[in-house]
Every structure is written in structure tokens, then in C-alpha cells.
Design a protein around this ligand. Structure first.
Ligand code: SAM
Ligand code: SF4
Length: 325
């Protein structure tokens, strides 16, 4: 029994958001900071364990913890250890804003995290402060070095590429990949419900980056059959690589290999879909495992062929902190 949809795509990768809350105020995501509203609490440890168990028994081999900022949860290390010990989970990964990386990278590696994506939208401390509301650029760069020393074989750096904000920093980012095993990935800014005007002002396609890379001797890396939608480039003089994530590109969704589960227990078939499938009621006891798996198998068949972003349809997603990017 494996999770697959009606368009020949099968799913081995789950992004699991463990909280909507975040301590940063990134201008394209939560510019006014996270505001707690009355409503359900995020999934507790048992609910998370049950959901991860069901997914892993349906062929999910890789789980990425995301958020909000996943590492602000007090039980974050226990969540990591709980999921890492599921026999079918081959790789447990984390996407983080990196604010605790310098202090915690070793503990997280020890608990079982093996893939690490760190968001870093500027290499200039002042600009980083303006984008995120926090003066932590140098701490995060230090955290990335600590993570490499702690045993992470590669660290991915995610930068949302924004016109008039960080688009003049390309050379500095590319240089980061020169002597360290870093994969620097430029993510095209995506339109979300809350930020239409920010998007209009700062969206820029990544085409000029691919042209620059070609001119400078970078070549596209061959994609594994089950690789996701990022396009990676390598260069003989660089230890790391450069990746481009261009969700508006034609055929982006064809290689979609991921599902998303929210911190409120909803299955999201697409980042830009409508409401998620609510499954929290099936996370209340270990006896519900088989029913949950049945529901997941059926729900995934409803995944659509592609998103409608190019037509300005952003779905129900008001910002990406609610389902984790
Ligand atoms: N707080 C963590 C972090 O920032 O890495 C994890 C959650 S964050 C929502 C996950 C990723 O989504 C980050 O790399 C962030 O830059 C990206 N992201 C958020 N909003 C975005 C948008 N509108 N367009 C493109 N990427 C976005
Ligand atoms: Fe927080 Fe990540 Fe959103 Fe920035 S991108 S506000 S760090 S959830």
C-alpha cells in the first residue's frame, strides 16, 4: 500500500509542520510577527507519532519537520527522537530559520536529524535584520559552520530571491558554495493570500540566475528519478552546488513528490490548494491507525495535476508559516 495520485506520481516525502508559531517576522511571510489566536493547540507528541507512523507505513521514507519555526517547540528534541526511530523513516530533515543552530546543531544531529535546510535571505547583517526583524545573520552563519562540524554532510541554504531586496547579492551567495559542502538554493517568491502587493513589487523569476550560472561554467546536475522540483547546478571548482526553485516554471508540478501535514492535523495535497483534509479525529488512539491509513490513501487520489499560481489563484494559503513552505 503506497500513496499515489491519479497522475502517476507517488509520494515518499512528507513535510510535517509541527507549529504555526514563529519568532521571526520575515517580510514575505509574517511581517507583523506571529499572532496567537484562540483556537486548537498544535498536535501533541502522541498525535504527531501516530500521524508519522501512518505515513511511514504507507511508503513515506523522508519526513521534513517545518513550521512556523519548528525548533521553538519545547518538546522539539523528543519529536525528533520519536520520528527518527520509526523503522521506515530513512531520512528525517529540518527546515529552520537557524536562530538556535549554533547552540543546538550537535544535539539535533544526535537526536536523528540528517537533512538540514536553513533559511538565510541576506548575507548582509543590516539587510537580514530588515527582512526578518532579527539581527542574527552572523549567528546563523556561525550555526551553519557548527552544523557541518557536528556531522551534517551537507547543509542547504534557502534564500527567497527578491527584486530590490537581495537580488544584488548573487555573487556573495555563490561564493558560499566554493569551499564548503553547501547547497545554496534560490527560491522564487511565491504569491500568498496575505501578500499580493509585496509579491507584485518584489517577484523576479530565477531565469537571470540560470543565465549567469551558465556563463560562469556551472552545469545542470543530472536529476535522480525521484528528485523534487529544484534544478541543481554544479561547477568543478566548487565543493557545494546552486539550486533554483521556480514554482512558476512550466511543468514544475510534474515532478511533485511531496505531501504536507499541518500542525492542526490536516493533509495538504498542494501548497496552494484549498482547505486541507482534516484528520485530527483519527489521531486520538493507536487503534485508529488502519482507518487513518485508509483515509490517507483515498485522500491522496484527489491531488490535482498542478497549481494555478500563474492565474493568480493562491488557494487557501494566506502565508506559508501555516503549512511550512
Ligand atoms: N521557519 C522555518 C524557515 O523559515 O526556514 C520553516 C518554515 S518557512 C515557512 C519554510 C520556507 O518557506 C523558508 O525557506 C521560507 O523562506 C519559505 N517561504 C515562506 N514564504 C515564502 C514565499 N511567499 N515565497 C517563497 N518562499 C517562502
Ligand atoms: Fe518564520 Fe520561516 Fe515565515 Fe520567516 S519564513 S516568518 S522564519 S515561518
Amino acid at each position: 500500500m503506497h500513496l499515489s495520485d491519479g497522475f502517476g506520481r507517488s509520494f515518499k516525502y512528507l513535510r510535517f509542520s509541527v507549529t504555526e508559531a514563529c519568532n521571526f517576522r520575515c517580510s514575505y511571510c509574517l511581517p507583523d510577527g506571529y499572532r496567537k489566536c484562540a483556537g486548537p493547540q498544535p498536535l501533541n507528541l502522541d498525535e504527531i507519532r501516530r500521524a508519522a507512523t501512518a505515513f511511514s507505513q504507507l511508503g513515506i521514507h523522508k519526513i521534513r519537520l517545518t513550521g512556523g519555526e519548528p525548533t521553538i517547540r519545547k518538546d522539539f528534541d523528543t519529536i525528533v527522537r520519536t520520528i527518527a526511530q520509526l523503522p521506515q523513516v530513512e531520512k528525517l530533515a529540518l527546515t529552520t530559520n537557524g536562530y538556535r543552530l549554533a547552540e543546538r546543531a550537535g544535539d539535533w544531529f544526535g537526536a536523528g536529524i540528517r537533512g538540514l535546510n536553513v533559511s538565510l535571505d541576506s548575507l548582509d547583517p543590516g539587510r537580514f535584520h530588515q527582512i526578518t526583524g532579527h539581527n542574527r545573520c552572523n549567528d546563523i552563519l556561525r550555526g551553519i559552520d557548527t552544523a557541518l562540524e557536528a556531522g551534517f554532510e551537507q547543509v542547504k541554504i534557502n534564500a527567497v530571491y527578491m527584486k530590490g531586496i537581495n537580488d544584488q547579492e548573487l555573487d556573495a551567495y555563490i561564493k558560499l558554495a566554493q569551499s564548503k559542502p553547501l547547497s545554496v538554493r534560490f527560491i522564487e517568491l511565491m504569491e500568498t493570500g496575505d501578500h499580493a502587493s509585496f509579491f507584485q513589487k518584489h517577484h523576479i523569476p530565477t531565469d537571470n540566475i540560470s543565465a549567469k550560472l551558465a556563463q560562469e561554467g556551472w552545469t545542470p546536475k543530472l536529476k535522480a528519478a525521484d528528485a523534487g522540483p529544484a534544478k541543481d547546478y554544479v561547477h568543478p571548482d566548487y565543493k557545494g552546488s546552486i539550486g533554483l526553485i521556480a514554482p512558476y516554471a512550466k511543468d514544475f508540478c510534474k515532478s511533485c513528490n511531496r505531501l504536507r501535514f499541518s500542525s492542526l492535523g490536516k493533509l495538504h495535497l498542494c501548497l496552494f490548494g484549498e482547505f486541507g483534509v482534516p484528520l485530527r479525529a483519527l489521531l486520538q488512539s493507536d487503534d485508529q491507525l488502519e482507518e487513518l491509513k485508509e483515509r490517507l490513501l483515498v485522500a491522496v487520489k484527489g491531488k490535482t495535476a498542478h497549481h494555478q499560481l500563474a492565474n493568480g489563484v493562491t488557494g487557501h494559503t494566506s502565508n506559508l508559516s501555516s503549512i511550512g513552505g
